[in-house]
Write a protein that binds this ligand. Structure first.
Ligand code: ACO
Length: 322
């Protein structure tokens, strides 16, 4: 039997920090409004010459160092992003080249804020099938480039970041550590609730920024994340009390707290980084994980529940022993 172990975790946050007060200087908003409704205090913003692949490179190097391996040991790169450098080729192959990896394969996954969960689930299946031994999974985003900085209802919510895991297949008699189970879902009928136009096949579009029905996103995020976690725990035969840390997609503090409450999960078990990083889409879960590991909160052997919800709608969850 092959277990998928999380061998290393890394992250990168661009240097520039934009506070709520900074934003209130160019749109009609306030720190109080943003903080009360979202829990966000600040976000990191990529410099003009930094692309998604640059952030991914830094996070990947951090994870490679943490895993104590060489880049050449990586067999496959799966990069989750909704802000790729180019329409094609994928940002994953660019990262492969930057890391000077000459073998294996690399591809992008596009599931917006659920991208990292989709990528982890895909990587886990590749490892458990025996196809690949060592996989670099990255979530990397530069949302500052797809925000309308004149639209106060969306520009206050997002930030730029990248996070990465090194996963490794290890032969074991039972799952003593690593990914226990994962589940991913989507329902495309809701794709108009949260979207960003500008794809090359949509020639008529001039609005290439994020559009969102905030209230609908909020409602579905809580409902669908709660249901998928219950489904996952049920199928894995794990009680909610066995979870040491809940590492949710960091969209909004109220969504995290309401979901945790519905799951009867103690609030002190939630990893919260949305206050410092805002919503970094596919990067938010690995960045939250890396932050919590570096802070000494999450330790080896802890049982973790990762979950996300995003545009599409897409959603999913991963249960793992770190
Ligand atoms: N500052 C001040 N006022 C604002 C701002 C702002 N930044 N944004 C909106 N407002 C105003 C609106 O114009 C509106 O004014 P009006 O009543 O005069 O028309 C008023 O505040 C209320 O607006 P609502 O949109 O109804 O505010 P709501 O209480 O729903 O909060 C929010 C908005 C925070 C976006 C909320 O709906 C939410 O959290 N939704 C979840 C969306 C989310 O997290 N998306 C992230 C991406 S998806 C994902 O990652 C899961």
């Amino acid at each position: 039997m092959i277990n998928t172990i999380v061998k290393g975790i890394g992250m990168y946050l661009p240097e520039k920090i934009l506070t709520n007060d900074d934003i209130s200087e160019f749109v009609n908003t306030s720190h109080e409004w943003i903080y009360e409704r979202t829990g966000i205090r600040q976000r990191h913003i990529a410099s003009e010459d930094q692309m998604t692949s640059d952030l991914a490179h830094m996070a990947a190097l951090d994870a490679i160092q943490d895993a104590n391996i060489n880049a050449a040991d990586i067999d496959l790169i799966i990069l989750a992003t909704s802000t790729p450098d180019q329409v094609f080729p994928s940002t994953a192959v660019k990262l492969q080249d930057i890391l000077n990896i000459k073998r294996g394969a690399a591809f992008d996954i596009h599931a917006v804020c659920s991208g990292f969960i989709y990528a982890l689930s895909t990587a886990d299946n590749f490892i458990k099938s025996g196809k690949y031994k060592r996989i670099l999974v990255v979530g990397s985003e530069v949302y500052s480039r797809i925000l309308d900085w004149k639209d106060r209802s969306t520009c206050v919510l997002f930030g730029d970041a990248s996070g990465a895991f090194i996963l490794e297949g290890q032969n074991k008699n039972s799952i003593t550590s690593g990914i226990i189970d994962s589940v991913i879902r989507s329902d495309g009928q809701y794709r108009g609730k949260l979207y960003c136009d500008g794809g090359p096949s949509m020639k008529s579009s001039t609005d290439n920024f994020i559009n969102m029905d905030g209230k609908e996103v909020y409602k579905h995020a809580v409902e669908k994340q709660t249901a998928i976690v219950e489904e996952l725990l049920d199928s894995a035969g794990v009680d909610i009390d066995a979870i040491d840390w809940f590492v949710p997609h960091q969209a909004n503090l109220r969504i995290l707290q309401t979901t945790a409450k519905k799951l009867k999960l103690k609030e002190e078990k939630i990893i919260v980084t949305v206050d410092k990083h805002a919503n970094t889409s596919s990067a938010s879960i690995p960045v939250a994980m890396a932050t919590a590991v570096k802070d000494g909160k999450i330790k080896r052997g802890d049982m973790l529940l990762l979950e996300a919800f995003g545009a599409g709608f897409t959603w999913g969850a991963v249960l793992l022993r770190y």
